[in-house]
Write a protein of this length. Structure first.
Length: 128
């Protein structure tokens, strides 16, 4: 099956040897997003809430560029440098998703690129 590279200026550009997303058939693999502002490629100012929202906004932009919506995610991976922020992730996630929620993993990590406190990636199904 051919692979389609997904690109959008509405999300941060890749800062390494990867694509924002790859579409294979009706499945889209979204690369990890940290709270970078697309226009400046700088971390979002503010607290952890601002960082989490920026990540969800970045994922939304990539999902839309691939022809879907965030709600089409079937798997979401969340990486946090401080797992005490997990309740906040749940609270904010409820504003971006409705049931059925994607399968999910939350992983505590020692560090993330550019000193971010949160990163998320996922898999999206465009099959409806």
């Amino acid at each position: 099956m051919p692979r389609e590279i997904i690109r959008t200026d509405q999300a941060p550009q890749a800062i390494g040897t990867y694509s924002q997303a790859i579409k294979v058939g009706r499945t889209v693999y979204l690369s990890g997003q940290i709270p970078l502002i697309p226009e400046t490629m700088e971390l979002a100012d503010g607290d952890m809430e601002a960082q989490i929202r920026r990540v969800f906004d970045n994922l939304t932009a990539v999902a839309r560029a691939a022809g879907g919506e965030l709600q089409d995610l079937v798997k979401l991976n969340i990486f946090l440098t401080d797992l005490s922020h997990f309740p906040l992730v749940n609270q904010i996630m409820a504003e971006y998703f409705t049931e059925p929620y994607p399968a999910r993993a939350a992983i505590g990590v020692a560090a993330l690129p550019k000193g971010a406190g949160v990163e998320m990636d996922g898999v999206m199904d465009l099959g409806g």
